[in-house]
Design a binder for this molecule. Sequence first.
Ligand code: NAP
Length: 349
Amino acid sequence: MHIEDVGFADAEHHQVVVVGTGPAGLTAALYTARAKLAPVVYRGPQPGGQLITTTDVENYPGFPEGVLGPDLMMKFEEQASRFGADLRYGTVTMVDLARRPFRLLVDERTPVTAETLIVSTGASARYLGLENEERLLGRGVSSCATCDGAFFQDVEVAVIGGGDSAMEEALFLTRFASRVHVIHRRDELRASKIMQDRVLANEQIEVVWDTVVEDVLGEEEVEGALIRNVRTGETSELAVKGFFLAIGHTPNTEVFQGWLEMDEVGYIRTAADSTRTNVAGVFACGDAQDHVYRQAVTAAGTGCMAAIDAERWLVEQEEPGSGGSHLEPAITEEALSEAATLDVVDQAG
Ligand code: NAP
C-alpha cells in the first residue's frame, strides 16, 4: 500500500505524537503532557519496551532496593497518564514526513496527522540467523529469560552472548535450570565487571569460551546446540533444552527509513546536544538513536530532551516571521527526492 492511497482529510490531528512506550517515549509523553501539548502515544508492538522483559532493575536511580522492570514501566505509564497523555495501543506502520502536518498510518488503517513527532521506538533482540533457531522459536529458543525461564525447571540451558544481558539472563535462569552454559565467541566478556563477577562466582554457570553456535538441534523442541571452538575448530554437541539469545539489539526504525538519517545499523542520527533529526519537527530519543549508553535512565533523559525540544520548536513555529507550521517543507528537497525513490517504507511489507 502507498500512503497516497490513504485519505487524510478526516484524520485525527495532534500537536505531538509519540511513537513507542519505553522509558524514552513515556518520559517524552510525561513532559509534553505537563506542557499541555496533549500528546498521543502509540505503544507499538512491545508496550513498555525492553524493561518489560527484564527482572530486577538495580541501577535506576530512586529505587535503592531495585525494582522489577514491568513494575517500573507501569509507574512510567501511570505518571504520564496522570497528566493527560493519551496512551493508545497501535503501531505506526507507515509515515510521510515530506511536509507538515506529518502523516502517519496506525496499524495499516488509521490515518493520523501530527505537528511534531517524537520517535522512541527502541530496539529489538537480535538472533543468530540460523534456520533451526527460527524454527524452534518458542519451543526452547527464546530471547527473553524473564518471560520463558520458568519453563526450564531442572534442565540445562544455554545463553548466547557475553554482554550484560547475557550475564543477567544467565543469573536469572539459575533460579530454574540445573545448569546454565554461557556460550561466548571470545575469551573475554563484554559485560560490566560486577555482572561478570557474579556470573563467574556462580557454580551453576559455566562459561564456554571462544565458542560459536553452528546449529540448534531438536525436532519438536530444542534438544541441544552444535557448537564450535573457534581456536581449535573442534565441534561438539551441548545437550540443552533452552537456548537463550542475548547478543544485542537492532533499532526499530525501519518505518522511518528513507525519511530520517540513520547510521549503517539503523540508529537515527540526531544533532549534537539535541534530539533533532534531519526533519524539522521530528525528534528521536532512547535506543532508537542511542547505541552507546542504552540504559533506561539515559533513554528517559533523552525522552525528556525530545519533549523540551518539541515544545520549543512548536513555540518557534508560532513566532511572527517563522512562516507557520504548515507552510514550510519539513524536509530538504534533496532528502525528499531520495525518499521518493523509496516509495515510502511500509513496515508490514
Ligand atoms: P552488548 O553489550 O552489545 O553485548 C552483546 C554480546 O553478544 C557481546 O558479548 C557480543 O560479543 C555478543 N554477540 C553479538 N553478536 C553475536 C553473534 N552474531 N554471535 C555471537 N555472539 C554475538 O548487548 P547487551 O548485553 O544486550 O547490552 C546492551 C546494553 O545494555 C549495554 O550497554 C549493557 O551494559 C546494557 N545492559 C545493562 C544491564 C544492567 O546493567 N543490568 C543489563 C542488560 C543490558 P562480543 O563481545 O564478542 O562483541
